[in-house]
Write a protein that binds this ligand. Structure first.
Ligand code: DC
Length: 229
């Protein structure tokens, strides 16, 4: 981990930085770099929704059957590591950090995330991990539901074309048009669901990363955190 750039902030281990936003807006890279720069922990809540979705698919649960998903959501043991340089995720002891990025999980994660019992279980787990603070947390409902008292709330977005180009590049040159279609389909479900839809939380600062480099976004967010703690 880098040496924290601000000794006072490193001593202030209670800060919670909530970063919400659309798929592919750069949340993960931004949050990991911000946490590393400031000596904070990091939690990717999307990875938790993905891991539980992977487990449902692996156990033959019909992800479009909300009753079956709700019942199955109570079973698996989910563990998230919070080192920004090596964020791990295991479910029932299986490391699924690679599997959770598959097309099968991409296609099933939004319907699973709309089930209230899934959200209730994961929100409890997220609040336990956030605990006494000192953490950067990314997701869709962190500033609105999981931790509304976060000292810093960011709403990170980017144009769909820019998001699709970034995701396709990460996926080793996947088809940009198909990637954009999949992102927009997930945006629609994430923003339209009844429970904890993706929305800009009260007090959040909107950062549009379309024309910014990763370093520029990280500098901007680090600056906002320093200003507020
Ligand atoms: O950030 P991501 O693309 O890895 O998230 C995967 C899915 O998880 C996304 O389609 C919506 C869901 N999600 C959610 O509903 N609430 C969160 N706090 C984080 C993710």
């Amino acid at each position: 981990m880098n040496v924290p750039i601000d000794a006072d902030l490193a001593a202030n281990q209670t800060v919670v930085v909530a970063v919400d936003g659309t798929s592919g807006s750069g949340k993960s890279s931004t949050c990991r770099a911000v946490a590393d720069r400031l000596g904070l922990r990091y939690l990717d809540t999307g990875a938790q929704y993905r891991a539980i979705t992977w487990w449902m698919l692996d156990n033959g649960v019909d992800v479009h059957d909300a009753v079956a998903v709700a019942a199955a959501a109570l079973t698996p043991v989910l563990v998230s590591g919070t080192d920004p340089l090596d964020p791990t995720i295991t479910i029932d002891g299986v490391d699924v950090s690679v599997e959770i990025r598959s097309d099968a999980v991409n296609g099933a994660v939004s319907p699973v995330s709309t089930v209230p019992e899934v959200r209730a279980r994961l929100v409890d787990l997220q609040r336990e991990i956030v605990g006494a603070g000192g953490i950067v947390v990314e997701g869709r409902d962190i500033g609105s539901v999981v931790w509304p008292e976060a000292e810093v709330k960011i709403y990170l977005t980017a144009d769909p074309a820019a998001r699709a180009a970034r995701r396709a590049l990460e996926a080793g040159g996947a088809d940009v048009a198909a990637t954009q279609e999949s992102l927009l389909a997930r945006d629609k479900i994430d923003s339209g669901r009844a429970v904890a839809p993706l929305t800009m939380a009260d007090g959040a600062i909107h950062v549009d990363s379309t024309d910014l480099t990763l370093d520029e976004v990280v500098d901007l967010v680090v600056g906002l955190v320093m200003e507020r703690v």
